[in-house]
Design a binder for this molecule. Structure first.
Ligand SMILES: [Zn+2]
Length: 575
């Protein structure tokens, strides 16, 4: 191991060593462990002890191919199966579900999208001196769907019923006063795996732990573990199977595949707590959000689309960016602009170049660069640690000018910092660039705390620190084999004699593959044949450069499970 590199997968700990995971290491790395056919058939007919799964496929109707797929799916840990079910909605998702084996990830989709703990486990820390108990750690499992009902209870709003989440009661002190402001802070991709790759790089967050109420077994609760769905879960208290933001792409009713926010907030099917609170409170309370992408806006809500009288303040950075990409100035895109109020003054603040010294100093070398990179070349410095103080300054401006923390009723403010995620995509979570980003992000915590104490007042606010998913490390750290989406596509189309002009797969996402139903029918195929082919995919078939895969591992399988999505309902009993 090189000096300064992150720990290897063998060494990694979850959120403190004490945290437990319901998924055994053997199940994770072994994936589809063999189970007997007798057990499979018993399960298919509902005969397995302790389950309430109803028979939907009689044993004589189960083809050998489907038996194999069911066996793999049933070998997944129950927590993983639950995450798949909670993340799925038939008309918006693809038709064939895929689960990568171990640390393998889809390369060309989104690399941090899996149902496994390394992308699912997140920090969940509530800090609010004088309001939130300083009980420290709780081990009981909770999920991102529990955030919205907890926010509602914290501010004393009893009309919100979370469809899937429940209150983290440990956060609530019935004798405590109502906060004047609650801030939800998401470190995008700051999941436990990422933080624990760099265990000494977040001392400020660690310092808050004994003075807060925090959860060692917090998960996002559903798969795919991507940005859009989890921010919607945080906002709504519902899982994607209900709120409909399944992934960074969904299928719309007209059949097209697009960003769930490409048609505005209507893609989010459930109301958020913020929607209901803003409508009920009117001018008595303020709600707002400071982030970069419309995917993050789901924490706040539908804006004036839900109620014309509500037009909450919102800052994103989508002007000049492509779909799912951050832009070059604070601003709302055409899809969100009509429904939220953008505070123009945030673009009048000092430019990010003023904060370049923060990026330069982050690696400890005074050479005008950051880890050898020209700072301006990384999205004009926005994809460097300079982003953190730059964004913090703008957040302070919005909180101050909009009077957050100074209304009659408690105010709500949602923040997403996307640096850890962007750097993870550019350099991997085990890169020194990621370490620097975590250090600078963490060092901003006391800056935010001091600001809130000054602006809102000591003992008058609550801060939640959490994340929307983890991220993938370099392959030599995790042992992952990247599943190249283009190679999967070529293998699939080649096997079933589809053509480039009339392909079978419309889009291959990490969680599922969207297939062209007409093409499937035209080729005389059914879903189990496609799923069977995918379950058998090996390293040679999915490699970016097959000729570079050593002969000894060419035949290694890369997925734990692949099966027709309609079988999901048989995997676990509804909650
Ligand atoms: Zn994210």
């Amino acid at each position: 191991m090189e000096e300064g590199r992150a720990r290897t997968s063998r060494d990694y700990r979850f959120w403190e060593a004490a945290a437990h995971s319901p998924v055994s290491r053997r199940a994770f790395l072994g994936g589809a462990a063999a189970s007997s056919l007798a057990a499979l058939l018993a399960a298919c007919t509902g005969g397995r002890a302790g389950t309430t799964i109803r028979p939907t496929i009689a044993p004589q109707q189960v083809s050998a191919l489907l038996q194999q797929q069911l066996q793999a799916a049933r070998s997944l840990p129950r927590e993983v199966q639950l995450r798949l079910v909670r993340g799925f909605m038939a008309d918006r998702a693809g038709q064939v579900i895929t689960v990568p084996l171990g640390f393998n990830y889809f390369d060309g989709g989104i690399s941090h999208t899996t149902p496994w703990p390394y992308t699912q486990d997140v920090p969940m820390l509530w800090y609010g001196p004088g309001i939130v108990p300083t009980s420290g750690k709780f081990d009981r499992p909770i999920t991102s769907a529990d955030v919205a009902p907890t926010l509602a209870k914290l501010v004393g709003f009893t009309d919100f019923q979370a469809p899937d989440g429940s209150v983290m009661e440990e956060v609530i002190d019935p004798a405590a006063p109502n906060p004047k402001l609650v801030v939800v802070l998401v470190w995008d991709a700051g999941g436990n795996y990422v933080l624990n790759l760099w265990p000494d790089s977040w001392p400020q967050l660690k310092g808050l732990m004994p003075r807060s109420t925090w959860y060692s077994s917090a998960t996002i609760g559903s798969s795919p573990s991507s940005t859009a769905p989890i921010h919607a879960t945080i906002g709504t208290g519902a899982y994607p199977s209900r709120h409909g933001i399944l992934d960074n792409f969904i299928r719309f009713p007209d059949g097209s595949l697009a960003d769930p926010w490409s048609r505005g907030p209507s893609g989010l099917l459930s109301p958020t707590f913020g929607d209901q609170y803003a409508e009920a409170m009117g001018p008595k309370a303020a709600t707002g959000l400071f982030a970069t992408l419309s995917w993050h806006a789901a924490m706040l809500g539908h804006g004036s689309q839900a109620n014309p009288n509500v037009r909450p303040v919102m800052v994103l950075r989508e002007k000049g960016g492509g779909e799912g990409a951050e832009g070059i100035a604070w601003g709302l895109g055409a899809q969100t602009e009509p429904y939220y109020r953008f505070p123009d003054y945030v673009n009048d603040l000092p430019p990010i170049s003023q904060y370049f010294p923060v990026a330069e100093k982050a690696d400890g070398v005074k050479d005008g660069k950051w880890q050898g990179h020209d700072i301006n070349s990384l999205n004009f410095g926005f994809n460097t640690p300079a982003r953190v103080p730059f964004q913090q300054r703008a957040i302070e401006e919005v909180i101050t000018r909009e009077g957050f923390g100074h209304h009659d009723a408690p105010d709500l403010f949602f923040i997403n910092y996307k640096l850890i995620d962007e750097i993870g995509h550019l350099f991997t979570a085990s890169s020194l660039e990621e370490r620097d980003s975590i250090v600078v992000q963490d060092a901003n915590l006391p800056v935010l705390v001091d600001f809130l104490n000054r602006q809102v007042g000591e003992g008058k606010w609550v801060l939640l620190v959490t994340a929307d998913h983890g991220h993938s490390a370099a392959t030599d750290v995790s042992g992952a084999f990247p599943i190249k989406v283009d190679s999967v596509d070529a293998s699939l189309e080649g096997r079933f004699h589809a053509t480039a002009t009339s392909p079978l797969a419309q889009k291959i996402r990490p969680g599922w593959t969207y297939l062209d139903d007409a093409k499937l029918k035209g080729l005389g195929l059914d879903l189990e044949q496609v799923a069977g082919f995918m379950l058998d995919l090996d390293k040679e078939q999915v490699a970016a450069r097959p000729s570079e895969v050593p002969a000894s591992v060419q035949g290694d399988l890369v997925l734990s499970a692949a099966f027709p999505a309609q079988l999901l309902s048989q995997l676990v009993a509804p909650e």
